[in-house]
Design a binder for this molecule. Structure first.
Ligand code: C2O
Ligand code: CU
Ligand code: CU
Length: 478
């Protein structure tokens, strides 16, 4: 069935299908500080500047929602998987074993590495097989990334079964060192009454809504936990790294009664902090925030998901306007800490000069298609010479948002709907809202090979909303 036919069917069938009301199961509200510094993958190397880890993907049975046990796919038995933490310049060796009943890959989302190490759909690891990924992390690329499977047409299924984890690259010198740090991996899921993950058939009414909207779940997780509690002391400043590992959900986040300092995005820190009321995080995007403990000792607050309308009206959930608390913020009874000095300069970000651009690529996003086409593993959509600097103009020609992701290379957003981006940053995914256009600039200075670009709504990606970029090495002497 073509995408268009499916969409019409979905719109018709949604009349008879009421999306489940968001009602999170009874929450565990333990203030578990270790929850926000989740376990790291153990470095088994003794060599300097080398991180060598073991990852096994395997089926497991875990309790994701209180009182139920769920059949999942897990990295090293955990959902989310353990965090991979490295420093700029480190050599990284990942010994991966696939114990799943199906092929998979591990994609290092946002990392600048050789195409062969990217874990793209071109390099599946069959069930029962192992594979080593090796790469060296570039200087200047510190930031918050994540890892997840990327098998052709199965990425959504495997991530929704539990395969995702954070990947933190630390700089040699961190301007925010000394500020306590928390990691928040956001995800959502849906469950059957028996505790199994609700993954409807594509042809079912729910499956058809998922195919249009991207699959959303009514249970909202932070680091695999429902509504956990972060403790903070009055006056304290905390650095939060947030990863949106959801299949499709966009999180507009705020803390009532206070502003946030936005200090970084996908490819690391900004040049300086930016004060915001709330922040919108499309799926697969990351942010770094400084949260200032402006509340009184003993008080509490919440990190809340605010309404964000990314949908076509026909499949928009009935309760999209509802607010949902994701996380509780609980102030200790201790006296306020003296004010913390927050650096006003974080780092320098080199400018990608638009006058050096050698080509402009136009990319249209429609429902399920990129430039009017479905993904074909045997077709190259864009060919560029190594060393090129290009402007990509991404136009969303339909009435729902599509977050656009490019593998392997961080880019700089130039403008959104003609409005110049107010500050410079490195990004690998940019949400392109309904009927809007985003332009970015990117330089392909190394790593020839084939790279994916796609909508990061996993249902869209799996159903073919993806293309292939090939970077060709220059011929000698040219
Ligand atoms: Cu998160 Cu193609 O990747
Ligand atoms: Cu990626
Ligand atoms: Cu999309």
């Amino acid at each position: 069935m073509s995408w268009k036919a499916t969409t019409c069917l979905a719109i018709a069938s949604v009349l008879a299908f009421a999306p489940p009301k968001s009602s999170a199961p009874a929450s565990r509200t333990d203030a578990d500080d270790s929850l926000f510094t989740p376990p790291l993958l153990k470095n088994v190397s003794t060599a300097p500047r080398t991180v060598e880890v073991n990852i096994v993907a395997a089926p497991a049975r875990l309790s994701l929602v209180p009182g139920k046990s769920t059949e999942v796919y897990a990295y090293n038995g955990q959902v989310p998987g353990p965090t991979l933490e490295v420093h700029e310049g480190d050599k990284v060796i990942i010994h991966f074993l696939n114990k799943l009943p199906e092929a998979t890959t591990i994609h290092w989302h946002g990392i600048h590495l050789p195409a062969k190490q990217d874990g793209s759909p071109f390099d599946p690891i069959p069930p029962g097989k192992s594979h080593d990924y090796t790469f060296t992390v570039f200087p200047g690329t510190a930031g918050t990334f994540w890892y997840h499977p990327h098998l052709d047409q199965r990425t959504g299924f495997q991530i929704e079964k539990g395969l995702y984890g954070a990947f933190i690259v630390r700089p040699a010198e961190d301007p925010l060192s000394g500020i306590p740090e928390k990691l928040l991996i956001l995800s959502d899921n849906r469950f059957q009454p028996d505790g199994s993950i609700d993954l409807p058939k594509r042809e079912s009414p729910a499956g058809e809504v998922d195919e249009v909207n991207g699959r959303e779940g009514n249970v909202l997780f932070v680091n695999g936990r429902v509504l956990p509690t972060i403790r903070i002391r009055s006056g304290e400043v905390q650095r939060w790294r947030i990863v949106n590992a959801s299949a499709a959900r966009v999180y507009k986040l705020g803390i009532t009664g206070q502003t946030l300092l936005h200090v970084g995005t996908d490819g690391g820190l900004f040049e300086r902090p930016i004060e915001v009321k709330d922040i919108t995080l499309a799926n697969s995007e990351r942010v770094e925030l400084l949260v200032r403990g402006t509340g009184a000792p003993g008080s509490s607050a919440a990190l809340t998901m605010l309404p964000y309308d990314r949908y076509v009206p026909q499949t928009r959930p009935d309760d999209w306007r509802a607010l949902h608390d994701l996380l509780k913020l609980k102030y200790s009874d201790e006296a306020p800490l003296p004010p913390v000095a927050i650096p006003q300069t974080l780092r320098h970000i080199p400018v990608l000069d638009t006058t050096k651009s050698t080509a402009t690529r136009y990319i249209s996003l429609s429902q399920g298609l990129i430039n009017g086409k479905m993904m074909d593993m045997n077709r190259i959509d864009v060919t560029v010479p190594l060393g090129a600097t290009e402007i990509w103009e991404i136009e969303n020609i339909v009435g729902m948002d599509h977050p656009f992701h490019l593998h392997g290379f961080q880019f700089q957003v130039i403008d959104r709907n003609g409005v110049p981006e107010p500050f410079r940053s490195w990004k690998d995914v940019v949400n392109v809202p309904k009927h809007e256009t985003v332009r970015f600039i990117v330089r392909y200075d190394d790593f020839p090979g084939k790279w994916m670009f796609h909508c990061h709504i996993l249902d869209h990606e799996d159903h073919g909303m993806m293309g292939i970029l090939e970077i060709k090495p220059r011929k000698r002497g040219s």
